[in-house]
Design a protein around this ligand. Structure first.
Ligand SMILES: [Zn+2]
Length: 253
């Protein structure tokens, strides 16, 4: 994106989408960057449907080596230092002037160290910047203008929003769901034939067998996830116009 395009997007109030991810072992059949590939792909599909800017991903998140050690390619970083880095990035994105910064979370979902670090960073940026821009007592002075709510300016959303959660289960790691999503967007990165009979347990649980995943199932999941995001973003950035009976007399003039 070039500076003139950025200025135009800011003038038009486009939201900024910030994908996050990790470098983590996802079984013998999927690439290490699955989580980042999926959040970037979601942003790409959303931005085909509505006006939005996509930021470069926060791609190295903490993994805690929960799934594998470095021998299988997993990268781990300190949650605290990741949070400080995320805060620097979010502060700069705020200063650029984005009205809405939506962070896209997939890896370890909403209660993992990566999501918690980002939420803490976002909260700190919101409070620090609001104080700096509006002065002490900024919240206590007057009721928050719904059209200019500092607390809404940075948000962290899961990759799978309702009602897409009816068909995409978030608790999956390299099983049916993530494998189908990868087949639905980057089949050339999937090597199902590498899943031998002795693949890791999480690729073949009772409810989530990577081997059962197909590209059409992945395509249906992508459609549902994208539609849920588009609808949530439209609600956030373009709240429905009030109907005449909701307007006060003053509002009508
Ligand atoms: Zn994953």
């Amino acid at each position: 994106m070039r500076p003139a395009e950025l200025r135009r997007a800011l003038q038009l109030g486009w939201p900024l989408l910030l994908p996050t991810g990790s470098v983590e072992y996802h079984g013998p059949h999927l690439p290490l960057g699955v989580d980042t590939v999926l959040t970037q792909e979601l942003c790409r599909r959303v931005a085909l449907r509505i006006d939005a800017v996509i930021a470069p991903a926060l791609a190295y998140g903490p993994t805690g080596y929960a799934v594998s050690g470095p021998d299988q390619g997993t990268v781990d970083v300190s949650t605290e230092r990741f949070g400080r880095h995320a805060k620097d990035v979010l502060t700069s994105l705020w200063d650029i002037g984005f009205r809405w910064i939506i962070v896209v979370q997939h890896h370890q979902q909403l209660d993992g160290p990566e999501a918690l670090a980002i939420r803490q960073a976002a909260s700190e940026v919101i409070f620090e910047r609001a104080l700096q821009e509006r002065g002490p007592g900024w919240w206590g002075r007057a009721p928050t203008d719904p059209g200019d709510n500092a607390f809404q300016r940075i948000q962290l959303w899961p990759s799978v929003l309702p009602p897409a959660d009816q068909i995409v289960r978030l608790a999956d790691h390299a099983g049916f769901y993530e494998t189908a999503l990868m087949l639905g967007c980057a089949p050339e990165l999937v090597a199902l034939e590498r899943l031998g009979m002795d693949g890791p347990w999480f690729t073949a649980t009772k409810d989530s067998r990577a081997r059962d995943a197909t590209p059409p199932q992945g395509a249906a999941m992508w459609d549902a996830m994208t539609a849920a995001w588009v609808s949530a973003l439209q609600k956030l950035t373009k709240p429905p116009r009030p109907t005449p009976d909701q307007l006060t007399v003053t509002g009508l003039f």
